[in-house]
Design a binder for this molecule. Structure first.
Ligand code: GLU
Length: 439
């Protein structure tokens, strides 16, 4: 075993970066976006050059074929990915998404974001992400189940409560997690509840997990408004995305006293300057699948929603919502990133110049993985907490993490995103230094 040098004066991240100037940044490639933020923070914390090289690479990248029988008897083959970015602090943790446009680069970025996210909230996990390239809207329930089970069986060597623990992400949910748990458990020969989080409560899921990401967004927004001296009551908020994160964030921000004036989904946006009743809108979506046609509001486009004259904007859909092209249209004073990677690097620069306070994704949406950690702890103990306990502990972790990041931001005169990366890189690096490089 050799130690990673802690005082590498000969080679620094700045020197490596100076030497390795590659092609110009592709602003909408999530992996490049993640790396650009990582490079900047690594330079600021003066990360050891050897460790910098270690953390730039995912530990493991798996690509599998996922063949299934379609309902009509045909065999179709989908592509599945699982990337483990870093497991120095504990088992790899991160969701599985099913979407048409999933790419390996995207999954690599999302896996690294999970490493930083787990470190920001200081839960003992590393980072991972998985994805299957498919269109879930064109799969029957049976086909979806077969995709999930075949994908899980392709990853049996990687998955496990001590090694790699999936959770829901874009287009996956409790139902899908139950199939993952069952497939894994059938191969083991006994029920392994801790192999996934975000499961149904009756089979080892946690109270409060379903709302956790949206609840974390609400808590982070509350802390940001208080820090900035802005009022809570009547403060206007627009939310892009009305799925598991956006719809819950909308409901909880409304309960806190803010006025949700606009929400959107893939069918477009709805706007009511006097406030949208989020419960009503959610009921409409349960009945009609999309927000489109919702009666008590005006129809707006997504571009119009992002540019609304509101105090808080919550991008809670997918990557690259706010880019170099539209960041200057934002009027909000606070952005709470409910999605992973909703702003590009160019957008960061513009928003910073405009003085917008951005609560970065790896802090803003970490409520999900925080309660996933609670779920995993409960599964290991076989002792379950009530919802009030879960929500209280989530409130403690999110509030503390917000203020940890804020302190780094103030101490180093950097924005909240750079501060969150600095904090998490230092936490991961210190474990690597203690563990050394096994060779
Ligand atoms: N997919 C969620 C995220 O991006 C949750 C991950 C988890 O709970 O493991 O944070």
């Amino acid at each position: 075993m050799s130690d990673i040098k802690t005082d590498n004066r000969i080679e620094t991240v700045s020197k490596i970066l100076g030497r390795e100037k590659g092609p110009p940044l592709d602003d909408e490639n999530p992996f490049e976006a993640m790396m650009a933020r990582f490079d900047r923070a690594a330079e600021l914390v003066n990360l050891d050059a050897g460790l910098y090289r270690v953390l730039r690479q995912p530990e493991k990248q798996i690509i599998i074929s996922v063949p299934i029988h379609r309902d009509n008897g045909d065999v179709d083959v989908f592509t599945g990915y699982r990337v483990l970015h870093n497991t120095s602090r504990g088992p790899a943790k991160g969701g599985i998404r099913f979407a048409k446009n999933v790419t390996l680069d995207e999954v690599k970025a999302l896996a690294a974001w999970m490493t930083w996210k787990c470190a920001v909230v200081n839960v003992p996990f590393g980072g991972a992400k998985g994805g299957v390239v498919c269109d879930p809207d064109n799969l029957s329930m049976g086909e979806l189940e077969r995709v999930t089970r075949r994908y899980t069986s392709g990853l049996l060597d990687t998955l496990g409560p001590d090694s790699d623990i999936p959770a829901p992400d874009v287009n996956t949910n409790e139902r899908v997690m139950a199939w993952v748990m069952d497939t894994y458990s059938m191969h083991k020969g006994y029920a392994v509840t801790g192999v996934v989080t975000g499961k149904p409560i009756e089979m080892g899921g946690s109270h409060g997990r379903r709302d956790a990401t949206g609840r974390g967004c609400m808590i982070a927004t509350r802390e940001a408004l208080t820090h900035l001296g802005l009022p809570i009551r009547g403060t206007k908020v627009a939310i892009q995305g009305f799925g598991n994160v956006g719809s819950v964030a909308a409901r909880l921000l409304e309960e806190l006293g803010l006025t949700v004036v606009a929400v959107s989904d893939v069918s477009g946006g709805i706007y009511n300057p006097n406030g949208i009743f989020c419960g009503d809108a959610a009921e409409w979506v349960v009945k009609n699948k999309y927000l489109e046609g919702y009666p008590s509001a005006e129809k707006i486009t997504e571009a119009e929603l992002l540019a609304l004259d509101v105090d808080v904007l919550v991008p809670a859909a997918v990557e690259n919502a706010i880019t170099g092209k539209n960041a200057h249209t934002v009027k909000a004073k606070v952005i709470c990133e409910g999605a992973n990677g909703p702003s590009t690097v160019k957008a960061d620069e513009i928003l910073e110049d405009m003085g917008v306070f951005v609560i970065p994704d790896i802090l803003a949406n970490a409520g999900g993985v925080t309660v996933s950690y609670f779920e995993w702890v409960q599964d290991r103990l076989g002792y379950f907490w009530d919802e009030e306990t879960v929500n209280e502990r989530l409130n403690d972790v999110t509030t503390r993490s917000f203020h940890d990041v804020l302190k780094v931001s103030q101490d180093n005169s950097v924005n909240m995103r750079t501060a969150a990366y600095m904090l998490s890189i230092e936490r991961v690096a210190s474990v690597h230094q203690l563990r050394g490089v096994y060779a």
